[in-house]
Design a protein around this ligand. Structure first.
Ligand SMILES: Cc1ncc(COP(=O)(O)O)c(C=O)c1O
Length: 328
């Protein structure tokens, strides 16, 4: 399968993997890793200008989302997010028996900050830039939610490395905001499973109460720490991705798709033919893309991860053939 459905970095694996594997003392794997991944937290602290006490790491950022709900949701507490957004926020909130309040995005995919704040939720989640719509929300709207929410706010910046801006300073200015990042996207390490969150120490201390000890294995910790040194590799794959994103955008428009501005490593497009049927036909031909029909306002939309030209051309060739087949 050509996997254009999960927004991993299709431009390759971070060079940190080979470097660490070369020198790593595998004969010491009998020993437990450090309980709180101290080396990685210190490295993240110095890279992002925060104290290691303001950092917590997890097995992918998904584990941090899970911890956040475990920690801050009691049964019946309100969880709020815009919709559509990354589905795992709702999943973890539901597992912890939250009352779910989702506030629809406007038709231009902008966020209604007033509607979100009016819920006075115990936990709110924002994704900036947003998956699956690929846009950045207005900074002022995000700042309002971070600073005026009475509860904890998760600011998921999984795709921040693709858009060239982030809101860490705004997150740290708000006492109850948790800025969540991942090594799975621009850092090219989805298979490694590593993510981190930055928040004020009081909030990190609370999250630690629900964290499993020795949560990251020692190899993962070493690779993730080394990956932070490979900024130029990340920058280079991001700029290659942007060239391919512009190429795909033009080709899809020519095939009759409506495309949207993207700040991420994926493109959202409205299909000129039935969306779920297109996704199923692509799957039969060995290409996986995300069917967005289950999302509000996204009937017949697909989400395609950007990859190198041969992958984009393979996808486009299959799309062309399918559209030919279904058109009278
Ligand atoms: C917005 C967002 N947050 C978090 C994740 C989870 O990433 P991981 O658990 O691989 O760090 C994803 C993965 O697709 C995502 O799109």
């Amino acid at each position: 399968m050509v996997l254009l459905n999960d927004n991993a970095n299709l431009f390759g694996v971070n060079p940190a993997v080979a470097e660490v594997a070369d020198k790593f003392d595998f004969s010491r794997l009998w020993a437990y890793p450090s309980e709180n991944s101290d080396v990685l937290r210190s490295k993240i602290g110095s890279e992002f200008g925060v104290s290691p006490d303001e950092v917590i790491v997890g097995n992918g950022s998904d584990e941090l989302l899970d911890m956040t709900s475990k920690c801050f949701i009691d049964p019946g507490d309100k969880f709020c997010s815009p919709s559509p957004t990354f589905g795992m926020y709702r999943f973890y909130a539901r597992v912890n028996l939250a009352t779910i309040c989702e506030k629809p995005l406007r038709p231009d995919f902008s966020m209604d900050a007033d509607a979100i704040l009016a819920e006075r939720a115990k936990l709110t989640a924002l994704c900036q830039p947003n998956n699956p719509t690929a846009n950045l929300f207005d900074r002022r709207d995000v700042v309002r939610v971070l600073s005026e929410s009475p509860g904890v706010v998760v600011l998921d910046e999984a795709y921040a490395d693709f858009c060239g801006s982030n809101m860490l300073a705004d997150a740290m200015a708000a006492p109850l905001t948790i800025d969540i990042r991942t090594f799975s996207k621009a850092y090219g390490l989805a298979g490694l499973r590593a993510g981190f969150a930055i928040a004020r120490k009081e909030v990190v201390d609370e999250l630690r109460r629900v964290r499993t000890p020795f949560g990251l294995n020692s190899f993962t910790e070493a690779v993730a720490a080394r990956a932070l040194d490979h900024r130029s590799w990340v920058r280079e794959t991001v700029s290659r991705m942007k060239v391919e994103r512009a190429y795909l955008d033009g080709r899809l428009k020519a095939l009759g798709f409506r495309t949207y501005v993207s700040e991420c490593n994926f493109l959202v497009a409205k299909s000129p033919v039935n969306g779920p049927a297109l996704v199923a036909a692509l799957r039969d031909r060995g290409v996986a893309v995300r069917d967005c029909n289950s999302f509000l306002m996204m009937d017949d939309h697909i989400r395609v991860t950007i990859g190198p030209r041969p992958m984009m051309d393979r996808f486009l060739a299959e799309v062309e053939a399918i559209i030919e087949d279904v058109r009278p």
